[in-house]
Design a binder for this molecule. Structure first.
Ligand SMILES: Nc1ncnc2c1ncn2[C@@H]1O[C@H](COP(=O)(O)OP(=O)(O)OP(=O)(O)O)[C@@H](O)[C@H]1O
Length: 227
């Protein structure tokens, strides 16, 4: 079995991924609303980090700042010391509200980003099937997303993020719709992804889910709470 240090040095996805996520003094504003102020965090391969905080504290904004999909008012996000901002192909995001195309099947939703990242149809199909089976949707992959329950849709979104196998996996409330057993299943998969060498950053309202991470960063009104 690979040791944690082996996992930390392993490439975890197609292409070279970042070896580190560094967030330095990040501020994000939406007009007059200051969503993040001076937020910093540092994560390395093998890290499973939970971001907690009350509704509106800035959790989703931090995920989106790391993903490079909201402009920064101050500070910087560096992936692997590139200094040029995130390499989109190395970052997978499981967005709040799942982000799936409802008129495609679960399988098609999982395959699409794999094809976009250069996997062959066969590779993409295998990875998608494996990921759907891992989240307990082996039988439901051929169903349209709109035919799935909220919890099944959430698990399909997790499968899509896991299948990418990127160096960084950003998961925004990935267990919010799940029953106990499915929550445990998904948390174990996220843990395994980190142990395989990815950096996994998850937001959650659920203290029990946060406990499963290596490190918890609590936000309050856009700032990291010091404990
Ligand atoms: N597009 C936007 N335009 C204006 N304000 C926004 C926008 N998105 C978020 N905000 C505000 O930014 C702050 C942080 O929001 P964010 O969604 O990051 O919080 P959160 O901690 O993820 O909340 P929740 O747990 O409810 O998802 C809140 O005050 C929110 O109202």
């Amino acid at each position: 079995m690979a040791s944690r240090s082996d996992a930390r040095s392993a490439a975890s996805g197609p292409g070279a991924g970042p070896s580190r996520v560094e967030v330095h003094g990040v501020g994000v504003h939406y007009g007059d609303v200051v969503a993040l102020r001076g937020v910093s965090l540092d994560a390395r391969p093998g890290d499973f980090v939970a971001i907690t905080g009350h509704s509106g504290a800035g959790k989703t904004t931090l995920i989106n700042a790391i993903a490079g999909i909201v402009p920064l008012a101050s500070g910087e996000v560096r992936l692997g010391g590139q200094g040029e901002g995130p390499d989109p192909s190395s970052v997978a995001i499981i967005p709040q509200g799942n982000g799936l195309a409802s008129v495609l099947t679960a399988y098609e939703n999982v395959v699409a980003p794999l094809r976009a990242r250069g996997h062959s149809p066969e590779q993409a199909g295998e990875r998608a099937t494996d990921a759907l089976v891992s989240v307990g949707l082996g039988e439901s992959g051929s169903h349209l997303v709109e035919e799935l329950s909220g919890g099944q849709q959430q698990r399909a979104a997790v499968a899509r993020g896991l299948a990418i196998g990127g160096a960084v996996l950003l998961a925004d409330e990935p267990t919010s719709e799940l029953d106990h057993d499915n929550r445990e299943r998904i948390l174990a998969l996220l843990r395994a992804q980190a142990d395989a060498g990815s950096i996994v950053i998850m937001t959650t309202h659920d203290p029990e889910a946060a406990e499963r991470a290596d490190r918890v960063i609590e936000l309050d009104d856009g700032e990291v709470v010091d404990h």
